[in-house]
Ligand binder design. Structure first.
Ligand code: ADP
Ligand code: MG
Length: 230
């Protein structure tokens, strides 16, 4: 049965990697669903498959077995082009390291996903400016990443992930590279925007205090997703 309200649903997802002669079974029947407006923390030790889970959820990697539904659409049945378009429009991805393009300004970086989606330049510019202002970066829009602080760069990266108005946000330790005070600030901004926009979010963090601010907390155990009590 499908969960009709789920914006993201994983069913019996398996992912393995080959390392030499050995096969590493990272995800072994992961089941999970996320509904609109729900913010879920994923807390698990290093090497347990958190990033792998985010990659398959974000259609960046295909599972060996199992299915991934985005808005009730079975993504296994999509062509490569359809997957790319769905990813571009429905899913925002934030990494631990900002991955901004250094030679472009903050504004141009945030405009990029919209330009790839063939939106008009003026529309992309207007929307990117609005997003940057939501992240208190109105005074930094013409700065290149090299001229921004760590917290500012990560806020630009989050604005870029949201620029195409996705309804799912996947974030892989989005503040893991920042000092505690900056991390708290960036995280609060992120959660506020996610709640305001009623996005569904799956956020990997090592920080239990940050995890406790979310609606529910999950972990990975033997390749499966299970509830976690902080
Ligand atoms: P986490 O994000 O929880 O630290 P990962 O999902 O990155 O864990 O990795 C889970 C396991 O799979 C680790 O043992 C890692 O070394 C391995 N792994 C991840 N990606 C690959 C890959 N592309 N090829 C081979 N092994 C991989
Ligand atoms: Mg990881």
């Amino acid at each position: 049965m499908n969960n009709q309200d789920a914006v993201l649903q994983l069913k019996d997802v398996h992912v393995s990697y080959k390392s030499g002669d050995e096969q590493l079974n990272v995800l072994r029947g992961a089941d999970f669903s996320l509904v609109q407006g729900e913010i879920v923390a994923l807390v698990a030790p290093s090497g347990t498959g958190k990033s792998t889970l985010l990659h398959v959820s974000g259609l960046l990697e295909k599972p060996a077995q199992g299915e991934i539904f985005i808005n009730d659409k079975n993504t296994a049945k999509l062509s490569e082009k359809e997957r790319t378009l769905l990813r571009l429009r429905s899913i925002g991805f934030v990494y631990q390291f900002h991955h901004l393009l250094p030679e472009f300004s903050a504004l141009e970086n945030v405009m990029m996903p919209q330009m790839i989606d063939k939106k008009s330049k003026s529309e992309a510019k207007q929307k990117a400016t609005e997003w940057l202002k939501k992240f208190d970066l109105g005074h930094r829009i013409n700065h290149q990443p090299g001229k921004l602080s760590g917290g500012e760069k990560q806020r630009v990266a989050i604005a870029r992930a949201l620029a195409n108005s996705p309804h799912i946000l996947l974030a892989d330790e989005p503040t893991g590279n920042l000092d505690t005070k900056t991390a708290d600030h960036v995280f609060d901004l992120l959660l506020n925007v996610v709640r305001q926009e009623r996005l569904a979010a799956l956020i990997v963090t090592h920080n239990n205090e940050l995890a406790s601010k979310m609606d529910r907390v999950m972990t990975l155990q033997e390749g499966k997703i299970v509830p976690f009590n902080l």
